[in-house]
Ligand binder design. Sequence first.
Ligand code: RP5
Length: 167
Amino acid sequence: MTNSVAIVMGSKSDMALAEATKEVLDGYGIGSVIKVLSAHRTPEALKEFIETTINDGTKVFVGIAGLAAHLSGNIAAHTTLPVIGIPGDGGPLNGLDALFSTVQMPRGVPVATVAIGKAGAKNAAYHEAQIIGVSDPGMHQKLIKERADNAASIIAKDAALQESLKK
Ligand code: RP5
């Protein structure tokens, strides 16, 4: 399994979100690395990591940061590979600051921003699977199957609910 995805978080305190992304990636058999590197605390080490990781064959970057979250934008400044930004949900504004900091990139240097917190962390992984699935039919089929399984599970739950309401 090659490490197609590089997950960078601004602080060890973002680990729960990185794990949520990794768990979904693992389910799809997508290899990943997780690093703590900060846009403002370790700018040089971050740049070095991005360059090394690109040379190692990474296909997608994920940036996870809270507060004034410029990490994903900084990664995007160093690469034309897709960058997915996850706004961390900590801090006094509960992630609204991180959402705006991550999503509001000026034209030409995009960060594909997902929802604040855990839902976004999981969706980042699904989006990576979709990106890989564009050129990997097996991955594409896995995504189609998961959607169908989810739909079947909801319909089964509704059928059980309707039965219980009859009693
Ligand atoms: C950001 O500041 C990090 O991504 C983290 O979400 C937040 C708080 O960092 P710590 O003070 O917990 O290290 O840079």
